[in-house]
Unconditional design. Structure first.
Length: 236
């Protein structure tokens, strides 16, 4: 498997490349978005390696990560993307997810958590592309089906795209039905090795998740956190 790492900070590329290589990945590096886009836009016959996933910084010279992702999607390039962002780039995080990014991590970030998310996203892509499949472990509630092995989701029988973070949060809600979960608990669940998130990031994920699942499943408990409940009129 090949990871394309796009970041203008040489020390970040070095640290991530070293860890990914030790984990068995091939890594190709780019210092800005334009270099990466030029690479994948070349004729396939001239392309040495087509990446299986991109890890993109948002703030870069020449072409930033948001612009690169937009050009990918406009060109029909559907390669999975994980964003690396600064904590103050909240708008860019939301825009990136809306453009089709698979997830993001905030700088400074845990390299172990980045590698874990890469594995999850690639496993999910492989599961989606395979005709048969390995045995599944399914969570069901409110017409929602979560496959805990492939990290894929269905709602009322239809495939639904969830980021790794959204999947983890929804899984925890279903496993702790009718229990109030604080934002701190949700941060630990969604980012077990990343302590740099804040309450606002959790609220952003909950807002996006509410748009994808049946209405009124997630209730805000003011001053405490959130509670998930199964609705009696949901589709089973």
């Amino acid at each position: 498997m090949t990871v394309a790492l796009v970041d203008d900070e040489k020390n970040v590329r070095l640290a991530v490349r070293t860890a990914l290589t030790k984990d068995g990945f091939d890594v190709i590096e780019f210092a800005d978005g334009q270099q990466a886009f030029d690479y994948v836009s070349r004729d396939n016959s001239k392309m040495a390696v087509l990446p299986d996933i991109f890890v993109l910084d948002i703030m870069m010279p020449v072409m930033d990560g948001i612009t690169l992702l937009r050009k990918f999607r406009e060109s029909g390039i559907k390669t999975p993307v994980i964003f690396l962002t600064s904590r103050d780039e909240e708008f860019d995080k939301i825009l990136g997810l809306e453009l089709g990014a698979d997830d993001y991590l905030c700088k400074p970030f845990s390299i172990k958590e980045l590698i874990a998310r890469i594995h999850v996203i690639l496993r999910r892509c492989n599961a989606s592309n395979s005709a048969g499949g390995a045995p599944s472990k399914i969570l069901r509630s409110n017409g929602i089906e979560l496959n805990l092995l492939s990290y894929t989701a269905k709602i009322c029988g239809k495939d639904v795209e969830l980021t790794v973070t959204e999947f983890r949060i929804l899984q925890s809600f279903i496993e702790h039905e009718n229990e109030v979960l604080s934002r701190e608990q949700l941060i630990e669940i969604a980012y077990p090795q990343d302590t740099y998130l804040n309450d606002r990031a959790v609220d952003c994920h909950i807002k996006r998740l509410r748009k994808k699942i049946p209405e009124n499943c997630i209730e805000t408990i003011y001053g405490l956190g959130y509670k998930y409940s199964e609705k009696t009129d949901s589709v089973s």
